[in-house]
Design a protein around this ligand. Sequence first.
Ligand code: IPE
Ligand code: MG
Length: 262
Amino acid sequence: MPLLRSALWLRDKAIDRTRRAFLAVLRAGPIPQHVAFVMDGNRRYARIKGMKVLQGHVDGFVALRRVLEICSTLDIKYVSVYAFAIDNFKRPKEEVDGLMRLAEKALLELCTHGGVLAEHGVRLNTVGKITLFPPEVQVALAKATELTKDNHRAVLNLCMPYSSRDEMTTAVEETIHDALLRGKNEPITEQDIEDHLLTAKVNSPPLDILIRTSGVNRLSDFLLWQCAENTQVHFIDTFWPDIGLLDLLPIILDYQRKIWSY
Ligand code: IPE
Ligand code: MG
């Protein structure tokens, strides 16, 4: 038994050292400022493992914490995640209710003492139509935002309930409304619309990398305006709950190659 324990200890130590080496190598090169994730594949991950759907979402939350830690170590300043699409409200009631309960609990866990956002100095923004959420989730979001408002090292944009087309429609509406208020008959520019996007309201820089997990090659109404220019888009086969450093490593290296080739 002691032999087995020593072998496991040695294995863990070797894994930890390799991880640190990978991170140090990546940190030596240019680091993207803003990375976004379509966290996909929670239910298929659960199904394959014979778990309940909700356990897939719980493990997906653990993966989010892991990814935030990696991003923070790499000094990526802005991370945006597609946490809940407006369309997701059409899922079975039991799943939506479970996701709402998980969101409420997870938000506080992320932000309170010892949570990854508190630990790494990450400010939380919600990007989406939060009034569509049940009151308890809205309260948890307000609390989490308040708890992290003085964190300045990095930013997490939780996109929920979100859809790009909804964001763009609202931005166009607001732009027209503002133009009418100003009473000037000037043409509306791309910049006017961009200034009214939800991501502009939380001061997010241009999106450098968009990653979708689970082998699905679609953007599914996520940050469509934001990734129209100069964004590296990566579709990877790993299910979201399984994502780790080894998935991110080739993507960041690819980004660095692109920057160095300019
Ligand atoms: C993403 O995984 C979960 C959310 C962000 C709500 P899915 O629930 O879409 O899982 P699959 O894609 O059906 O496996
Ligand atoms: Mg999916």
